[in-house]
Design a protein around this ligand. Sequence first.
Ligand SMILES: Nc1ncnc2c1ncn2[C@@H]1O[C@H](COP(=O)(O)OP(=O)(O)O)[C@@H](O)[C@H]1O
Ligand SMILES: O=P(O)(O)OC[C@H]1O[C@](O)(COP(=O)(O)O)[C@@H](O)[C@@H]1O
Ligand SMILES: [Mg+2]
Length: 514
Amino acid sequence: MGTEQDINHQMKVVTGDSGYVLEDVPHLADYIPDLPTYPNPLRSNPAYSVVKQYFVDMDDTVPQKVVVHKDGPRGVHFRRAGPRQKVGIIVSEEYYWDSLMSYYGFAKIVTSLRQVYFDSDEVHACIVTCGGLCPGLNTVIREIVCGLFHMYGVTQVIGIDGGYRGFYSKNTIPLTPKVVNDIHKRGGTILGTSRGGHDTMKIVDSIQDRGINQVYIIGGDGTQKGAAVIYEECRRRGLKVVIAGIPKTIDNDIPVIDRSFGFDTAVEEAQRAINAAHVEAESAENGLGVVKLMGRYSGFIAMYATLASRDVDCCLIPESPFYLGGEGGLFEYVEKRLKENGHMVIVIAEGAGQELLSQFLQSTNEQDASGNRVLQDVGLWISQSIKDYFKQRKIAMTLKYIDPTYMIRAIPSNAADNVYCTLLAQSCVHGAMAGFTGYTSGLVNGRQTYIPFNRINERQNKVVITDRMWARLLSSTNQPSFLGPKDIIEVRKEEQPPNRLLDGENGKDDKPGN
Ligand SMILES: Nc1ncnc2c1ncn2[C@@H]1O[C@H](COP(=O)(O)OP(=O)(O)O)[C@@H](O)[C@H]1O
Ligand SMILES: O=P(O)(O)OC[C@H]1O[C@](O)(COP(=O)(O)O)[C@@H](O)[C@@H]1O
Ligand SMILES: [Mg+2]
């Protein structure tokens, strides 16, 4: 890090040379003085001790933006995840062990003191899953249990039953490598999940009463907000308890990270629904297939499923407003497409067109137990509106509507997501053992990192419709942009904002295939 470091303890922001900024995560030692440390058991683990590069350097950090200008600032960085290696003056018996091993040619990392902040026998870990289902939940649970057990010799791991409320209203579930051995082959979560029920005081009381000192919280935006307040309360009480998050969101709406686990699986599974819609549409005269995909506020699944499929003629997402009647509207486009091709497929994200919908249907201010707005079924509504339009025009057509949401959410994760879940879980465990807390484990530019809760919780990740990925989609479907003259002025303004960074705002739309 640079020479003139300025450390803001509350935010844990460290600045360095040339505009370098580290948005660091809290550590137990920040508020508990004189914490004992222990040699890292991985040091003598046959699988890892010979791997020179396995331990990460204490100072390793990962940049948030990888596209930079010659004279631009180095920008925001996050702490690199992984087992810690602390370089320094060595006066422990570990030095002699390492030196001896080195002398006989077994290990080369002689000047390192590898530390953890928990003795293996002291760890009492728990895992909780919250919010909606997502492929890969069981893999993450499995790999946390196995990582703790096999890498760090931790044997006390329990599961919290049914989300946050399980902390204070249910019995816990003992977790061992045997119990979790083949759970990754199943969808859902073996621990159960729920919405609502976040009572910070009751949860922290339960953590304290049960003697839990590592809490692994798997969940989406709501869950990570809940994790942040649990962390604050543990810190206020001065507890030696690590609060670590793993981001779960099938909608991919969590900011900063490259993508969330289960997203890849969801996009792949969505292909089956799109294929079915295409087959139905192709087989009928003037056939139209409508597929509704997940995405309450962010249209990532719809966008990627559309780009992957090539059978979709129109993709509608919450970020891109559209209209039905008149010139350049959806009805006109559908009619034109059916005339040209005889069939058509529309993919619509569940949160798309909600404002439009509320003009036609009476809006309910219904919320789920977590406080999320309950959306009206846009797929059904748009299907009915299109049918009505064609009926009025006396044009025969056949429309089939498919909502595969719960079939997609309930499947086990695919191979790529399984590997991703494993890395996320192991990184999370390394961070907890190293004494970090108040962090979410996440992939940033292909590297595992620890991200402070406030960065994860400050906003939602959304598709940026003025970035290249959405342009690629428009050119692949040939759909109208649905932007009226007023919208175009707005978009143009956004195209050249002052000091615009080179990466997309969310840093994600630029990632795959750019
Ligand atoms: N702002 C918040 N503060 C504390 N807990 C929250 C907050 N928002 C949601 N939660 C809790 O997090 C859990 C999951 O939230 P939810 O929004 O349903 O799913 P997700 O985490 O997948 O977005 C619920 O138990 C809910 O009570
Ligand atoms: O029917 P449920 O369980 O409330 O879930 C529906 C919602 O869950 C989601 O899968 C996202 O849930 P999370 O916020 O829990 O990740 C959305 O796509 C969908 O709107
Ligand atoms: Mg959510």
